[in-house]
Design a protein around this ligand. Structure first.
Ligand code: AMP
Length: 191
């Protein structure tokens, strides 16, 4: 069982590194942001609810998000492990995840934090907005997302550090450089 959480500010390259981790450790990549975006694109009830918050850079309410993650982690492809990308993001979600994992008899083995410089990540996100046109990538929304991250998600780092699960990786540099650091650090942590 290799249970991993990937955490880091918007624009730190989480999505890219998540793919690398998922392939290297052979565990499914579970991105709550991706699941929400897919539901928005498909026009589901969940998507319509999530869209109200995503379009302004705020978090979708915990009740909606927790239920979605609980269902996803109960699927059979998570038997050997999972990689959570973008969840948990609040202290309440940390407690909820603890109960979900206990209920499913799964472990959490490492929390990888990708660190990044704020100016650099804002520049990266504006570039991505140009290339991919994500609706939540306008400058105001990006700044709001950074603020929400600092207020609501950064405190999680201390919680997981206290539990001895935190693995910090410098997210600055090329994708390959960061991937090499992530794989090395995570291999040490879960071996
Ligand atoms: P991401 O792709 O991870 O940056 O997520 C995009 C957006 O989806 C976020 O800005 C939130 O509005 C929403 N979202 C994703 N994960 C969560 C979560 N764990 N809790 C609340 N909202 C979330």
């Amino acid at each position: 069982m290799t249970g991993v959480i990937l955490i880091g500010p918007p624009g730190a390259g989480k999505g890219t590194q998540a793919t690398v981790i998922s392939e290297n450790f052979n565990i499914p990549h579970i991105s709550t942001g991706e699941i929400f975006r897919r539901n928005v694109a498909d026009g589901t009830d969940l998507g319509q609810e999530a869209q109200k918050y995503m379009s302004s850079g705020d978090y979708v309410p915990d009740a909606v998000t927790n239920a979605m993650v609980g269902n996803r982690l109960a699927e059979p492809d998570t038997a050997a492990g999972y990689l959570l990308d973008g969840y948990p993001r609040t202290l309440d979600q940390v407690s909820e995840l603890d109960s979900i994992l206990a209920g499913l008899d799964k472990t959490l083995d490492a929390v990888v934090e990708i660190t990044a410089n704020t100016d650099e990540v804002v520049a990266r996100l504006l570039q991505r907005a140009k290339e991919q046109g994500r609706a939540d990538d306008t400058e105001d929304v990006i700044r709001r997302r950074m603020q929400v991250y600092a207020e609501q998600t950064e405190p999680l780092v201390a919680v997981y550090r206290d539990r001895g699960l935190l693995v910090q990786v410098d997210g600055m540099g090329t994708i390959d450089e960061v991937s090499a650091r992530v794989i090395a650090a995570l291999s040490d942590a879960v071996s």
